[in-house]
Write a protein that binds this ligand. Sequence first.
Ligand SMILES: Cc1ncc(COP(=O)(O)O)c(C=O)c1O
Length: 463
Amino acid sequence: MPDTSLTETNSPIVATFRERTPASAALYERAQAVLPGGLAHDTRFMKPWPIYIDRAQGSKKWDADGHEYVDYMGGHGALLLGHGHPAVLEAAHAQLDLGTHYGSCHPLEAEWAEIVCAMVPSAEKVRFTASGTEATLLGIRLARAITGKAKVVHFSTHFHGWHDHMAAGYMDHFDGSAPRGVQPEVAADVLPARTDRPDEVRALLEERDDIAAVFLEPTGASWGRVPVDPAFVAMLREVTAARGILLIFDEVISGFRVAPGCAQTELGIIPDMTTLAKIAAGGLPGGLLAGKAEYFDLLDFDAMAAAGAEKVLHFGTFNANPLSAAAGIAALKVIRDTDVCARANAYAERLRAGMTDVLAEEGVAWALYGEYSGFHLFTNPKRRDCDPRAFDPLSVDIFELKENAPSVGKLRLGMLNHGVDMNGWPGGLISAVHTDTDLDQTVNAFRTTIRDLKDEGDLADWT
Ligand SMILES: Cc1ncc(COP(=O)(O)O)c(C=O)c1O
């Protein structure tokens, strides 16, 4: 979370931000009267106030004060194709004219599911949901129904949406205790585990007989902020298969981003079920659970009637709504038929290298890391020896990777002052339409911001 005390005006970085963004300040004040904390999403929290965006196109967006930003928020990961990709816009515009919700079956449902099944190795059948959170929720319900077992393994720091079952252990409550508002008995059915302790995980899976499923972000928690060793994922596959436990990859971010076949193709490891959202719905609201056909019989009226078994319940007003379906199909076709994933991955590699050079040249003991089309900045909260050119995130404690130096709030403001909007974690997600000019601007903004932070004394402990 950003620094909540970041309201001082004796910092030139903060003062510049305040002077540049009066329209955002006014919108924030207005929002506070009717939205808790002025916000619609917890990750948009920032001080002194968030920027308010009026429009976006390609790799750019523009705020209410008219400033242009290179965008690394990427619609919370939904926009691999950038803002307003022509194929997605064309499909969505055409569908708007035809209707946004029929309350009936429509042809795009099957077309969308067919493309998902053709692209994703683990997908034989698909059930659409309205979000990634709903997809993981359905995954838990279905896994429990399939196995008749209660417990779900959740790796600390991994994010699977905001519902009660996975609320503990993402950013706090790492012991699995119930966060405020969650019933302790709900939290108690979720077993916390750590990806950096393979022996403990193997023992847990081998010793207990009440585990329905293991959930995992296959490229690491929070889109690789806390990476996982692929050998660990392979071990999970082997042990869960042997023990009749379902392995569920949460590919809500990695899906259709890492590669057209998602992270499972890159890893060469096929889970039993996969959750997808974001890019899968072309950047519009939507999600899905995919997996072996036999599992989805539990959602099938006829199959369950024939089996004399109770059907698993699942509704959802906006499941596979025509607008999201049209956008999703258009986006997946571009991803399937072009090199967009590879382009975004290549840009990210160059960006990480450019920002690493800045840290090395400026003598700052922070580090850039990440894989595929993302970047993470390690701000070294415990002030360990850190060579930006030789940083291995797998050597750092999983919780430390999610912590930050106090100056991270100012870093974000500094980047905004220089026309770059990166995520406050800090890091970002890259699209296939980011350009070399964007890259130069970002690296220059980073260098200037690092120098600004040095001037304000914020990096004294890291230089
Ligand atoms: C890995 C992962 N799973 C699930 C979710 C929840 O998806 P949604 O925000 O669509 O509910 C997210 C959202 O960021 C995510 O990153």
